[in-house]
Design a protein around this ligand. Structure first.
Ligand code: DAH
Length: 347
């Protein structure tokens, strides 16, 4: 009997000394586990004299329920404590000001393309698309560049599968597609901004993938002065009203006559600077009057129809407009760089 009382004291003391759940569970094993003290005492009941069994049993039960009660209470306390700690650590201060949300910004090149599109749409042009995987027929042959023509060498082309399928090296094949689509019947006014590909090593001014903005107008009595007036409008819209346009004779197989389009340098206004390489002029496009052969091959009678075409280099225009000296900026996704040129920001 004394033993049990003593045990009760020890148990109380040990319970009082417990400081965490782990220690509490150790005690549980020690007292009520399979080989625990209380368990063994219970099993021992058969060795107790019958007269004392009842009292013995009651005392052991008291011991057990005292332990269990304490165990429950303490477990609850520890769990509460853990929960409180968690709540404390994960506390959200709803009075704090919110973290800034970083706004996105449109890609600089996309911005420029959209601007060009807007001007042409206002002039009644359609914005069309064409495939980037193109047939040799449309990319070269129907543009008056037959197989074996030296002009092909200048456009170091990516061929796919065979000699007939390629990644378009220019957006000019979209001219052919549009004319075929209109079956020699309707006037056409379209621009086609799109990716083009050439086998080039990438650096600050070259990219194996770049963007051209193709344009085609087919109608009756179209002249070089129509082309000049149209180019003039777009240049003034993009670079400013004081910018002049100049045509220089050039050569393309699909236009006759062909020209290079120069604009007066918006930086030095013709005096000569680094941007215009001291010439006062900057080349931004190739253009010309659509070659009669090209009209004919695409189903337009050159006796009735005439047209002009042009091809802008989009990266070049964006580099000039935003004073960028490395075109790789256009293809990375660094928000900070796009934001610098986001004109809409802060408006
Ligand atoms: N496709 C030509 C090139 O990639 C650019 C060009 C020149 C397009 C004259 C035209 C044009 O439509 O008329 O170099």
């Amino acid at each position: 009997m004394n033993n049990i009382e003593e045990l009760m004291n020890t148990l109380q003391q040990e319970l009082a000394e417990v400081t965490n759940l782990q220690e509490l569970n150790n005690l549980k094993v020690k007292y009520t586990g399979k080989k625990g003290i209380i368990t063994e005492l219970t099993q021992n009941i058969k060795n107790i004299e019958p007269d004392h069994r009842k009292e013995y049993g009651m005392n052991i039960n008291k011991l057990r329920s005292s332990f269990e009660e304490n165990y429950k209470k303490k477990t609850y306390e520890y769990e509460q404590q853990k929960l409180n700690e968690k709540l404390q650590n994960e506390k959200i201060d709803i009075t704090l000001s919110a973290t800034n949300i970083v706004n996105g910004a449109p890609n600089i090149l996309e911005n420029l393309i959209e601007e060009v599109e807007e001007v042409f749409i206002s002039l009644g042009y359609d914005v069309v698309d064409g495939p980037e995987v193109e047939l040799d027929k449309y990319n070269f042959e129907m543009l008056n560049i037959p197989k074996g023509h030296p002009a092909r060498d200048a456009q170091d082309t990516f061929y796919l599968e065979n000699e007939e399928i390629l990644l378009r090296s220019q957006t000019s094949p979209v001219q052919v597609r549009m004319m075929l689509q209109n079956k020699g019947q309707n006037p056409i006014r379209m621009i086609c901004p799109g990716k083009t590909y050439r086998r080039d090593d990438d650096d600050a001014t070259h990219s194996h993938q770049f963007v051209q903005i193709e344009g085609l107008l087919v109608d009756k009595n179209v002249s070089l002065s129509d082309l000049k007036g149209t180019i003039d409008i777009i240049v003034k819209k993009l670079f400013g009203d004081d910018i002049k346009t100049r045509f220089r004779p050039s050569y393309y197989q699909f236009t006759e006559p062909s020209v290079e389009v120069d604009i007066s340098c918006f930086n030095c206004h013709g005096k000569g600077c680094n941007i215009c390489k001291k010439t006062g002029w900057i080349t931004i496009a190739g253009a010309g009057i659509v070659h009669p052969n090209v009209l004919k091959m695409s189903g337009y009678d050159p006796q009735i129809w005439s047209g002009f075409a042009f091809g802008f280099g989009a990266e070049r225009m964006a580099m000039l407009k935003y004073d960028i000296n490395d075109l790789r900026v256009f293809y990375n996704t660094d928000l900070r760089e796009n934001k610098v040129f986001d004109r809409k920001e802060g408006e």
